[in-house]
Design a protein around this ligand. Structure first.
Ligand SMILES: Nc1nc2c(c(=O)[nH]1)N(C=O)[C@@H](CNc1ccc(C(=O)N[C@@H](CCC(=O)O)C(=O)O)cc1)CN2
Ligand SMILES: Nc1ncnc2c1ncn2[C@@H]1O[C@H](COP(=O)(O)OP(=O)(O)OP(=O)(O)O)[C@@H](O)[C@H]1O
Length: 184
């Protein structure tokens, strides 16, 4: 196995997921996150807006809003992740990869104040390493905030033994799936 093979298999798996498993998984994962002490303490969180059958974090976003946390989403600017505040779906627009992103009128969020980042992935391994779309966006972003708490989000089937990490790969602190918390 190599990175490209894992990527292909996992994307094929995600394509097959039905709506009920998707909704159930999102609920379970968001329920697990709301129980984490790091989530309770966090006042600023960077989440993602799901695409192509990624686990949806919408239930968590609503919980975070209710609790008065600052919720930001990545906006791609010059190929870099720039977190901007997410306050309403009406302020979203489609970015380069058809991902919904905050528009330029949304406030930029001070990355030093972010307490928790929920990270989408194509696969994760049991040591916390992440495989994404191969563009290195999150790895390059984490270089700017090495100490932030990084929580990978995935379906159980997306957990593999190794993703063959390279020097630039930055491991997660925790991975949450519908049925387990890995590395906790
Ligand atoms: N929901 C979500 N938001 C995110 C990411 C992500 O992986 N998921 N990103 C993570 O970096 C950044 C945006 N970069 C992305 C890079 C590639 C693709 C993607 O879906 N690529 C597919 C298809 C591309 C296409 O439509 O042409 C691919 O490469 O197969 C998505 C986001 C920040 N926001
Ligand atoms: N810190 C970094 N500085 C410069 N380039 C980097 C850095 N991290 C990763 N890259 C580059 O990004 C490319 C993609 O890396 P990798 O295959 O690990 O991406 P990925 O984690 O799967 O994808 P993504 O983060 O976009 O979802 C690599 O070719 C690598 O050289």
């Amino acid at each position: 196995m190599d990175k490209d093979t894992i990527r292909k298999e996992m994307l094929a798996f995600r394509k097959k997921i039905g709506v009920s498993l998707r909704i159930q998984s999102a609920r379970k994962i968001c329920g697990r996150i709301t129980q984490l002490p790091i989530y309770h303490k966090a006042s600023s969180i960077l989440v993602y807006f799901s695409v192509r059958n990624e686990v949806s974090l919408y239930p968590l976003i609503e919980d975070a809003w209710v609790k008065g946390k600052a919720v930001s989403l990545p906006r791609m600017e010059q190929d870099e992740i720039v977190p901007r505040l997410f306050t309403s779906p009406s302020e979203l627009e489609h970015g380069d990869f058809h991902v919904l992103e905050p528009n330029v009128s949304c406030e930029k969020v001070d990355i030093k104040k972010i307490d928790l980042v929920l990270v989408p992935g194509v696969a994760f391994d049991t040591k916390g390493y992440r495989l994404g779309f191969g563009k290195g966006h999150y790895d390059r972003f984490f270089v700017h905030l090495p100490k932030v708490y990084k929580c990978g989000i995935a379906y159980d089937e997306q957990i593999v033994e190794t993703i063959y990490p390279e020097d630039h790969d930055i491991p997660m602190d925790l991975i949450v799936t519908p049925n387990r918390n890995i590395l906790e």
